[in-house]
Design a protein around this ligand. Structure first.
Ligand SMILES: Nc1ncnc2c1ncn2[C@@H]1O[C@H](COP(=O)(O)OP(=O)(O)O)[C@@H](O)[C@H]1O
Ligand SMILES: [Mg+2]
Length: 514
């Protein structure tokens, strides 16, 4: 197709009725000044997306540009910052000759500015602490986080049931450890009578896993106060969507924890938001950098769960973007659900690379103008093949795009600058407080200190609590029926099946998981 006809086709494809964001302009062969703008409609951002390309090709900058534009459009975003390279959004960018030239080629005004940031953290790094109580996580996710096998998962289910029956709040790891200790020692007989045999080796293994998790600094994701996911969906006083940056710099070495954590977060967001159908703009867009880490070791069950959550979360107005080197890092079932694609250059060093490139090219709409599989290895830095969805949900024309430079700083913030954001954060004041209300740890401690209390009394307490819960769903009744190790396993499997679709056992009673 000749250039003139293709330009008309592009103009047609990239003109929208509703609001859209400008991400760059079309490169047509040697022509870097086509004047043909590339836009993505706001309403399609809940249809998910991909930003892919080899290292150094411009993925993070494209991510930055999209986050800026969404924030300006009043859409809050959440980014998983694995490499710690997104903080620059908090400071205005600086003009340099490269930026100047690029802006001129795109035909766009340079508008340097900083964006409203909120830093979040699940470790000791500074930021709003995202945490939830042990009972809000529930037995299944907790077992995944602890890396337990099925029979150990059964033990955790028993522990949860024991604490439910006896109204012992499971808030933090200290609580969990003390109940496990009790069940494996002083409470052994009591436990065995009602819940089945708990081998001390299982209890020991679980305790060891808890301690190793504590040593990795994960204790801080358990406890109160629980994070409310609606706090991710705020705007500043100028109407810009907040840019939430979750610093996960130590997650590279903990892919299991990362994928489980992501799934918990998505499930919680899914459960909290109302059904919106087809909103004019998204409620929240989530960006997952280093997305291959999520899928690398994930079990089939976890993958299925992920796939389903992604499919369903759309109608809640939540979009998810995956950032990774090659589209081949993303499972096909998920790749097929992604509406917007920004494909930076791929490098062909090995036979496998060439195969990946071929299948990556097949992943894009056919083009009458570009030789995709050839050009994909030749794209310059900050250039990408882009295709989105139009307002009717049809793929837009694949276009080689000169991405606009970010308006915010391309480099990171200094520690001093980050501290300034932290000092001014209302959320930090709200969430970064130490609460340690009376829970299983203290209650068991008291029980052990007062040995006169008989197991008969315990049973009476238990009967009372059971009768209070008559209006439970069948689902909860199943969970409360006498469980053996084997049944516990079945139940926990079932729970994973409903995660993200409906409340789990413990979460139905509590406000939030984070
Ligand atoms: N849209 C852009 N505008 C201007 N410079 C860019 C753009 N994209 C990339 N660059 C340049 O390329 C460098 C590498 O980009 P980066 O996004 O960090 O790559 P990646 O995340 O793929 O490793 C940046 O530091 C910047 O100098
Ligand atoms: Mg990067």
């Amino acid at each position: 197709m000749d250039k003139k006809t293709f330009t008309d086709k592009l103009r047609n494809s990239y003109t929208f009725k509703g609001d859209s964001i400008l991400i760059g302009s079309a490169i047509l062969g040697d022509d870097y000044e086509s004047g043909c703008q590339v836009r993505l409609p706001l309403k399609t951002f809940n249809r998910h997306g991909l930003i892919a390309g080899a290292t150094g090709t411009g993925k993070t900058k494209s991510l930055q540009v999209i986050m800026e534009s969404l924030s300006d459009a009043g859409v809050p975003v959440l980014a998983m910052d694995i490499k710690g390279d997104l903080s620059g959004l908090g400071a205005a960018g600086e003009m340099n000759p490269i930026v100047e030239k690029r802006m001129k080629m795109i035909g766009m005004e340079w508008n340097p500015k900083s964006y409203p940031l909120e830093f979040l953290s699940i470790s000791d790094e500074p930021g709003v602490r995202l945490r939830a109580t042990i009972s809000e996580y529930g037995p299944v996710l907790l077992s995944k986080i602890l890396g337990l096998n099925e029979s150990q998962e059964g033990v955790i289910s028993m522990i949860f049931k024991y604490c439910d029956d006896r109204k012992l709040p499971l808030l933090d790891l200290k609580d969990l450890k003390s109940v496990l200790n009790y069940a494996g020692n002083e409470g052994k007989e009591e436990f065995k009578k009602e819940y089945g045999f708990l081998s001390s080796s299982s209890a020991g293994t679980i305790l060891r896993n808890i301690i190793s998790l504590e040593q990795q600094g994960a204790a801080s994701i358990f406890g109160e106060p629980s994070f409310d996911v609606f706090d991710l969906m705020k705007k500043n006083k100028d109407g810009q969507g907040m840019i939430n940056i979750l610093r996960l710099t130590d997650m590279q070495s903990k892919p299991d924890l990362f994928s489980t954590f992501m799934l918990c977060l998505l499930a919680e967001i899914f459960q909290s938001l109302p059904e919106l159908g087809d909103p004019a703009k998204p409620e929240l867009v989530i960006f997952l950098d280093e997305a291959h880490l999520i899928f690398r070791n994930a079990s089939k069950v976890l993958l299925d769960q992920f796939e389903m959550t992604i499919k369903l979360i759309r109608s809640k107005g939540v979009g998810i973007f995956f950032i990774t080197q090659s589209p081949a890092d993303i499972p096909a079932a998920i790749l097929g659900q992604l509406g917007t694609k920004v494909q930076h250059a791929l490098r062909a060093f090995t036979a496998k690379d060439r195969k990946d490139i071929k299948s990556a090219s097949e992943n894009y709409p056919l083009s009458d103008f570009y030789q995709i599989d050839e050009l994909i290895t030749q794209l310059g830095i900050g250039e990408a093949f882009v295709t989105g969805l139009d307002e009717k949900g049809r793929p837009t024309e694949l276009v080689n795009t000169l991405m606009r430079p970010p308006f915010s700083r391309m480099d990171v913030l200094s520690t001093l600058e980050i501290n300034k954001f932290i000092q001014h954060s209302d959320l930090i004041r709200e969430y970064n407080v130490e609460m340690d209300r009376e829970s299983a740890f203290e209650m068991l401690q008291r029980k052990l200190d007062a040995p006169s209390r008989t197991s008969e009394e315990d049973r009476r307490t238990k009967d009372q609590t059971t009768s209070k819960n008559e209006e439970e769903s069948t689902f909860e009744q199943v969970l409360k029926s006498p469980i053996t190790n084997m049944i516990a396993r079945e139940v926990t499997r079932g729970l994973l099946g409903v995660l993200g679709l409906r409340s789990g056992r413990t979460r139905s009673r509590s406000r939030s998981i984070f």
